[in-house]
Design a protein around this ligand. Structure first.
Ligand SMILES: [Zn+2]
Length: 407
């Protein structure tokens, strides 16, 4: 036993550094190893002032989980003493390797935390042998330490977006730093005062330094930005505009569909996707299908050209050329007289200032696509009702963890 114990002592000193303690004894039972620590000095650190201070005779015995040793699950047992410090503090001493009331060492918690962004709480639980509530508490604690708060950020361009977090029109407003594509703020709902919350937190001075705001044609956001960012140019996301035009095209298709006979209907249904997709992304076969369809239906053909035309204009690099072609497009819409497109044109005309700014700056909310993908993964993992709980704050924290600004 003596030699074996000596070997473990060396192992312990090199790998297991628990400041203020030395290795005393271990017990191994099947696949669990239990290590007992012994205090080195008669003083301890005060958690309030950081001074070394005398111990009292009161202590409590703690056993916490530590990193596995090979295939052995490892637990550490030690005495945590109470101190009476000159600063007036009375309570438990500060230890460098474990947080108060935690069931694991800090390095085990950090291991647990390293798994949390990658998998669900139940997956982490099956790896670490901890219950999901403990894991969630660890995840929250270390994520909070990692997130850079809004007061330390200076965004110059922002992207504003909404995501549905639950069925029944429940939304979050997500604000990104559009230059770095990082989530810098999340608010519950998508009202004007939701976004006001962001600007209030950011402060008047920093809000006035925002130069660009990319967003959808959503009036509550527009109002909030106009009230708070006096120097910002508003840009409407081109995907949002193209989406509106696609919808007009689909409305035309539906009208033509209603007029068609049974055989034509089956055909139109089958070919729906080729008219909504950009022509440049179609295969030669699909282009043939498209051409057939267009030959058969003149109205649909004209609607289709309007859709392709606008998408081309948004791809145009030159600002004045974009504007010139855009005016052509407007005239074409009026000439064709297709009602869904006239409705769409009205919207676009009302919000034209933000489209003009798009032609000038060519910034889109494309970055939010990647973020939305990440958020959907989190939603499935961490926010599912599979756990029998739902915690919006935790969900928001997980978004910051995956897409926010972290140290
Ligand atoms: Zn003290």
């Amino acid at each position: 036993m003596g030699a074996k114990r000596y070997k473990y002592a060396i192992l312990f000193r090199t790998i297991f550094v628990f400041r203020g303690f030395v290795y005393n004894e271990f017990i191994q039972k099947e696949d669990i190893i239990h290590i007992f620590l012994k205090r080195k000095r008669k003083t301890a650190t005060c958690p309030n002032c950081g001074r070394r201070t005398n111990l009292t005779t009161e202590y409590y015995k703690r056993t916490v989980k530590d990193l596995n040793i090979g295939i052995l699950e490892c637990y550490i047992t030690f005495h945590q003493n109470k101190v009476h410090c000159k600063c007036g503090f009375r309570g438990h001493e500060k230890l460098s390797f474990v947080r108060p009331y935690s069931r694991c060492t800090i390095r085990y918690e950090q291991f647990v935390f390293s798994l949390c962004p990658k998998m669900s709480l139940s997956d982490v639980s099956s790896i670490t042998n901890l219950d999901w509530k403990t894991i969630k508490e660890i995840d929250i604690h270390y994520t909070m330490e990692m997130i850079v708060p809004l007061r330390d950020l200076n965004p110059k361009s922002i992207g504003i977006d909404e995501i549905a977090y639950e069925k029944g029109h429940k939304y979050l407003t997500i604000v990104r730093n559009a230059d770095l594509n990082e989530v810098i703020w999340i608010g519950i709902d998508r009202k004007e005062n939701t976004l006001d919350g962001f600007f209030n937190e950011l402060g008047v001075e920093k809000s006035s330094k925002i130069k660009l705001a990319v967003m959808d044609m959503w009036d509550p956001y527009i109002a909030s930005v106009k009230n708070h960012c006096l120097n910002a140019e508003i840009i409407f996301d081109k995907f949002h505009v193209v989406k509106a035009v696609n919808k007009a095209l689909d409305d035309v298709r539906k009208k033509e569909f209603a007029k068609a006979d049974e055989e034509q209907r089956i055909d139109m249904k089958r070919k729906r996707f080729v008219i909504l997709r950009r022509k440049k992304n179609l295969s030669p076969n699909q282009i043939e299908t498209l051409d057939d369809m267009m030959r058969e239906n003149d109205t649909l053909y004209r609607a289709y050209l309007l859709k392709e035309h606008i998408a081309d204009i948004f791809d145009e690099e030159d600002e004045s050329e974009s504007l010139r072609r855009f005016n052509d497009w407007k005239q074409n819409v009026i000439d064709t007289g297709l009602k869904p497109f006239l409705g769409c044109l009205k919207t676009i005309t009302n919000y034209f200032y933000g489209i003009e700014n798009y032609f000038k700056h060519k910034i889109t909310n494309a970055g939010s696509e990647g973020i939305n993908t990440k958020i959907n993964i989190i939603k499935r993992r961490a926010y599912g009702r599979a756990y029998g709980y739902s915690d919006l704050n935790y969900f928001m924290l997980k978004i910051y963890q995956a897409c926010g600004v972290v140290r």
